[in-house]
Design a protein around this ligand. Sequence first.
Ligand SMILES: N=C(N)NCCCC(=O)O
Ligand SMILES: [Zn+2]
Ligand SMILES: [Zn+2]
Length: 326
Amino acid sequence: MTPQNSPAPLEPRGPVDSSRIPRYAGPATFARLPRLDEVGTTDIAVVGVPFDTGVSYRPGARFGGNAIREASRLLRPYNPAQDASPFALAQVADAGDIAANPFNIDEAVETIEAAADDLLGTGARMMTLGGDHTIALPLLRSVAKKHGPVALLHFDAHLDTWDTYFGAEYTHGTPFRRAVEEGILDTEALSHVGTRGPLYGKQDLTDDEKMGFGIVTSADVMRRGVDEIADQLRQRVGDRPLYISIDIDVLDPAHAPGTGTPEAGGLTSRELLEIIRGLSSCNLVSADLVEVAPAYDHAEITSVAASHAAYELTTIMSRQIAASRV
Ligand SMILES: N=C(N)NCCCC(=O)O
Ligand SMILES: [Zn+2]
Ligand SMILES: [Zn+2]
């Protein structure tokens, strides 16, 4: 398959032209973008982390990244919601997968951090496709090496600030407690969004608050509406370097059945996309989208939603990269 765009030198190389090569043909990179090795360097690296050894319930998120890539074939180059052509404003490329050891969580966490160091070291921002939520910890470590402690907006049904599971410190329920302990988050600017569902005890909330997190529950989004919530989040984050971590289970199981720990009463995909768009002025330095487990999906409901959320995040980053050039 030959990419049909023949850009002028230094122009970003965009996706395969779907008016010339049917969008279902050829290998699936994210949004049919070029691979990193085809462009050499990139402003935004979309990278998969097929790792799910950290889960507490249904496994399968190791297949999430490729499911999102498949579902992203239908994305188009102009994003009207943010009035931007993200793949023309900046080079966006698919950097493939980070090969993490599925039998050794500690080693996998080290591998992911080192691979992120390499990518961020080139000056790129990362749009990471998980994988389970364990992977947010090594990604945040790497981002903090570059930017210092970062603001975090964490979209998730769950707090993911629990301590250990079966004695294990690195799991998908614990990355943000570890990150606070390690001092890699700016504790003045942390919020969960979309939180809901049963907890182990009230102490979970007390502990979480002590760590510095604010909580916007799923019910808050329903009652107060997406614009007010986005305003509040923008104010909390200010102009700090921001990392956004989206666990797809922030969506209601009706909007994202393909995930490992589903909780009733979640956001609609429309609400999630609108809140992300409301953050377009934030200084988004990198992001992840995790916990897509395609074995439980139907008709790509979950991976389509995930691909659109990643598209909005990529658009925010590419607009900022373009704005910082002028
Ligand atoms: N990060 C996700 N998706 N889930 C965390 C759930 C942890 C638990 O089962 O207690
Ligand atoms: Zn979750
Ligand atoms: Zn999570």
